[in-house]
Design a protein around this ligand. Structure first.
Ligand SMILES: O=C(CO)[C@@H](O)[C@H](O)COP(=O)(O)O
Ligand SMILES: [Fe+2]
Length: 215
């Protein structure tokens, strides 16, 4: 059974309190929070003050996905704002090992995200240090895009690499995940499903989370 992390990016930002109530009432395991800087990705979303306010509305773990350059400048601030898992992009981190040490020393779980074109082999020397690998199944920056089918092979490769080394690392899939493809994604070896539009745009978001959770 995979962990389910609804992505707040797809919520109605005029009614974040209602979105958080839905998440609290649902079987969601984590809340996924997409932070974009308009530099690493061509979009700007929300940041520290919003996350700090959301922290007062739920005890669900905050899975913060940083799509920003120089994440080391903000890691401590995200911890203070309430992040439990902090994920940085491998493409934005020339000193990834240092970033991971920093995140862990701040008391958070460390995640690394890979863009669709970035090979699994790039994790070779860092995998044992990770708590989570987030495979982007869309090009980061926007919600509501279509799942890139080649991600399934990447999940299988990563599952193999993790199992061969006897590691415990979560495989999170982010982008275009919903009831149509979730079973295949979990069968390939994913352990965490991020779901934005498929949950928040559903007629019944609670049922959408329950459906993903039942896989
Ligand atoms: O990080 C991102 C996008 O950059 C994601 O977390 C999206 O927010 C997922 O949204 P859907 O594809 O599920 O609508
Ligand atoms: Fe994300």
């Amino acid at each position: 059974m995979a962990l389910i992390a609804p992505s707040l990016l797809a919520a109605d930002f005029l009614h974040l309190d209602a979105a958080l109530r839905m998440v609290n009432d649902s079987q969601a395991d984590w809340l996924h929070l997409d932070v974009m800087d308009g530099r690493f990705v061509p979009n700007i979303s929300f940041g520290l003050p919003v996350i700090e306010s959301l922290r007062k509305a739920t005890s669900k773990p905050f899975d913060v996905h940083l799509m920003i350059l120089e994440p080391e400048k903000y890691a401590e601030a995200f911890k203070k704002a309430g992040a439990d898992i902090l994920t940085v992009h491998i493409e934005a981190c020339p000193h990834l090992h240092r970033n991971v040490q920093q995140i862990k020393s701040l008391g958070m779980k460390a995640g690394v995200a890979l863009n669709p074109h970035t090979p699994i082999a790039s994790l070779d020397n860092i995998l044992g240090d990770m708590d989570l690998v987030c495979l982007m199944s869309v090009n980061p920056g926007f919600g509501g895009q279509s799942f890139i089918p080649g991600t399934i092979n990447k999940i299988k490769q990563l599952r193999q690499m993790i199992d061969d080394r006897g590691l415990q690392v979560d495989i999170e899939i982010d982008g275009g995940v919903g009831e149509k493809n979730a079973a295949e994604i979990v069968a390939a070896g994913a352990t965490v499903l991020v779901a934005g539009s498929s949950v928040f745009n559903a007629a019944d978001p609670l049922a959408a989370v329950a459906q993903l959770k039942s896989l």
